[in-house]
Ligand binder design. Structure first.
Ligand code: MRU
Length: 368
């Protein structure tokens, strides 16, 4: 994505006398565009935990680059390398991409133990980032056709109204995004679209990040309170819902940002197609049907108790939303059962959210 005319990926690597992972600090957006340097595994873990980088694909790519720092810090000691890998893997539990990227780097080094670990892992991290970007671009090409079909079937002269939740955009991946990619692709082709952006409490990834991204691309959109989606759907103001996912089972059950399940229920009740966009790196091929056993991250309740934003002086401030003594809980993800998902938009095409549908697109994962 371009920011002020310059193309960026969300994460990259530089060796300026010292290996360095560079990230866009997402906690500062939309108010400031700041690049942060991470020079050790510990800072990578902290950046993931504290959401300086977030979104399944983006934390996968950050983890892949974090493994370059692990390679550098372990000085040829494989036990140390494994223990640093464990630290990165443990930074957040729900998104599959994180453990997938760490495992890929570990296996590569194990297979090529006598080679230079830093250059091996840097090459692989770049490959993971390139794949992520390419897959998201392909998701856009496939998903765009769904939007084009909706546009053809509409006779009201209105744009195609898409509702999305959280940020499954460019910032949640290396580039393009999953749920936003069909929107960017259709909009660049001249299709008239409008996006309803759920604000996505408690951290407001929708109002802060998705809205910023859509503004950069010039896509018309409107931020809504999370609870407004049902009303809009019941009033005929939503043509399609597209979300991302942090982990999807091979049966089509989808773990995603808390509140996704409610949107799927409302979409189902109103006969509105509910699509989930994901690259293959977000499938958990081992997960149980129904998503039982998917680890649901429970974050610090302070994120519910407080909200942060820009004050009239232009400073980012945190303010309280409840009595200091109030008891709060912060469940970060939920699971939408496959029966509520109209289809999955993957880099290989669109399929039904069923085991048979997924098998048609990824047959090699179902061998034996
Ligand atoms: O807690 P976050 O902001 O990392 O959660 C992100 C989401 O739930 C996104 O919708 C998700 O990652 C899907 S797109 C990669």
């Amino acid at each position: 994505m371009n920011v002020d005319g310059k193309h960026y990926r969300t994460v990259w690597f530089e060796d300026i006398g010292k290996p360095m992972v560079k990230i866009i600090n997402q906690t500062k957006l939309p108010y400031a565009f700041e690049i942060e340097n991470l020079d050790a595994v510990e800072s990578v873990v902290s950046a993931i935990k504290n959401m300086h980088v977030r979104g399944a694909g983006c934390i996968g790519v950050t983890a892949a680059y974090g493994m370059c720092l692990a390679a550098n810090q372990s000085n040829g000691d494989f036990t140390k390398f494994e223990s640093l890998a464990q630290k990165i893997k443990g930074a957040r539990p729900t998104a599959t991409n994180l453990s997938w990227a760490v495992k890929r780097q570990l296996e590569l080094v194990k297979k090529n133990i006598d080679e230079d670990w830093l250059s091996l892992t840097v090459g692989e991290a770049l490959k993971i980032s390139d794949e992520d970007s390419q897959w998201c671009k392909q998701i856009g090409d496939h998903g765009k056709n769904i939007l084009l079909d909706i546009a053809k079937s509409k006779n009201d002269g209105c744009p195609v109204n898409i509702l999305t939740h959280c940020n499954a955009g460019w910032l949640a991946f290396a580039d393009w995004g999953s749920a936003t990619s069909p929107i960017y692709s259709a909009h660049r082709d001249g299709l008239s679209v409008h996006v309803w952006v759920d604000e996505t409490r408690p951290l407001n990834q929708g109002s802060k990040l998705t809205s910023w991204e859509l503004s950069n691309e010039g896509v018309p959109h409107t931020i809504i309170a999370d609870n407004a989606a049902g009303h809009l759907m019941a009033s005929g103001m939503v043509d399609i819902v597209i979300t991302g996912t942090d982990r999807t089972t091979s049966y089509g059950d989808v773990a995603n940002k808390i509140g996704t399940y409610l949107k799927a229920l409302a979409a189902n009740d109103n006969g509105i197609p509910f699509y989930v966009a994901l690259p293959s790196s977000t499938f958990d091929w081992e997960a149980e049907e129904g998503g039982r056993g998917i680890p649901i991250e429970k974050r610090n309740s302070e994120e519910v108790k407080f909200i942060s934003g820009l004050d009239s002086q232009g400073d980012i401030k945190k303010v309280s939303l409840s009595l200091p003594s109030a008891n709060c809980a912060n469940y970060a993800f939920d699971v939408t059962p496959a029966r509520l998902v109209t289809g999955l938009i993957t880099e290989r095409g669109v399929c039904s959210a069923t085991r048979a549908g997924i098998e048609k697109v990824f047959p090699e994962k179902f061998d034996n």
